[in-house]
Ligand binder design. Structure first.
Ligand SMILES: Cc1cc2nc3c(=O)[nH]c(=O)nc-3n(C[C@H](O)[C@H](O)[C@H](O)COP(=O)(O)OP(=O)(O)OC[C@H]3O[C@@H](n4cnc5c(N)ncnc54)[C@H](O)[C@@H]3O)c2cc1C
Length: 377
């Protein structure tokens, strides 16, 4: 597994791990209780280059590829704050598809952490079937006018730069979708309600409302036709990042369970000496390792120009479900304490559950895997 990482990547991982231990872990509970976005952590992560891994060096980033995203997401999730995931997805979109002027304008403050980004695709009645989206963008003179509503948008109320998908041709399905960069201050753009949700309380999920939202025509950066299809291709990197967050959370839960099992005694000995607990620990370690291997493998392939659509989808489907199983076992090993907030494994379970939706649900991913298999890929 280590052979898939360069020395530079290993150093980056160690830096983030040390940062997570000192600067994230001790503060997680306080952020959650205040339901406060962890700006301080985000800005410090930016200084370490973690917010610019998908951004070219020429625009202030570190251009660290899919493996860079994996390292950032595994280490931040392991420490307890998996906030950068959506930002990295949106900045990847802008880096890959926008022209020089747009990149020059929007990417440097996103790499430095001065601003963060969001990605808006899901609508109240349209999730997995994105081609059915209803939001429209009509050109009139020098501006597009966007109308519609997006839901569940991560970072909604804290982001400044939004990647927004809308139909520029309502008569078409996926071919009618275009992508825009929308600034928070554009007229007609309203940040709607903040959702109350099961976990990840410190990362806001918002409704976004567009009422004749006026967007300069040059901010269209993904054109109808095959633009949306190409953009979906960049979801492979997003899937690796999501998988890495699952691995990080599962690893953290495993570490806590291993420690607790050696401290807690029943029937005159530590519970780690009961075979039933040992087998759970072994199962957890096997599955975290398998998930990490799959994640590194898919990211490595993407970074080396290998088409890894199937691998990325398999990785996310596996890691989404593996992490739920592993954290559930960690809760069980903690007994009743596992259900209580102080031991944190309950928080990990709630957090990880939310990772099984964006970037393709496990069902949609299985359909994609089968699509690839049937075509002999
Ligand atoms: C915590 C969180 C953060 C999110 N962040 C963002 C964000 O930042 N930006 C954004 O745009 N969206 C975001 N989303 C939305 C997410 O992308 C959608 O939830 C996801 O695409 C699924 O869409 P849906 O919820 O509408 O479910 P639906 O598409 O309505 O699906 C409902 C159920 O049916 C299943 N299903 C659907 N079609 C099929 C099929 N063909 N075969 C088998 N099963 C199927 C699904 O797997 C699911 O279980 C977020 C969601 C969550 C929970």
């Amino acid at each position: 597994m280590e052979a898939l990482l360069t020395d530079e990547q290993k150093m980056f991982r160690q830096t983030l791990r040390d940062f997570g231990e000192k600067e994230i872990k001790p503060h997680v509970r306080a952020y959650i209780e205040k339901k406060e976005f962890p700006w301080e952590v985000i800005r410090k992560l930016a200084k370490l280059g973690a917010l610019g891994v998908t951004i070219p060096v020429a625009y202030g980033g570190t251009e660290a590829g899919a493996m860079g995203v994996v390292i950032v997401m595994e280490e931040t999730a392991r420490a307890g704050i998996r906030a950068p995931l959506t930002h990295l997805g949106a900045t990847r979109n802008i880096s890959e598809f926008a022209n020089h002027e747009l990149k020059q304008k929007y990417l440097p403050p996103l790499a430095s952490g001065e601003k963060i980004a969001a990605y808006a695709q899901t609508e109240p009645s349209v999730g997995s079937d994105a081609a059915a989206m209803r939001m429209t963008a009509e050109l009139n003179g020098d501006y597009y006018y966007l109308n519609g509503t997006k839901v569940f948008i991560t970072n909604g109320e804290v982001a400044s730069t939004f990647v927004v998908l809308a139909k520029t041709d309502k008569s078409k399905k996926a071919e009618g979708i275009s992508g825009f960069i929308v600034e928070r201050e554009f007229p007609g753009f309203i940040i709607g309600k903040r959702e109350k949700k099961m976990g990840s309380e410190l990362i806001p999920s918002n409704e976004l409302i567009f009422e004749n939202c006026r967007v300069p025509r040059e901010n269209l950066f993904v054109s109808q036709g095959d633009g949306f299809k190409k953009m979906m291709g960049s979801f492979n990197g997003e899937r690796c990042g999501n998988s890495a967050a699952c691995v990080g959370l599962a690893q953290a839960a495993f570490e806590r369970a291993l420690r607790y099992s050696q401290e807690r005694e029943t029937f005159g000995k530590p519970i780690a000496q009961h075979q039933g607990i040992q087998w759970m620990l072994a199962d957890m370690a096997i599955q975290v390792r398998a998930g990490r291997l799959m994640t590194y493998d898919a990211a490595y392939k993407l970074d080396h120009g290998i088409r890894a659509v199937k691998e990325s989808a398999m990785t996310k489907a596996y890691c989404n479900e593996m992490s739920q199983r592993v954290i559930n076992m960690a809760i069980q090993i903690h007994g009743g304490y596992g259900y209580m907030e102080d031991y944190e494994v309950e928080r990990m379970y709630r957090d990880v559950r939310g990772l099984a939706f964006g970037g393709g649900t496990p069902q949609i991913l299985r359909s994609r895997i089968a699509y690839e298999l049937i075509r002999g890929r």
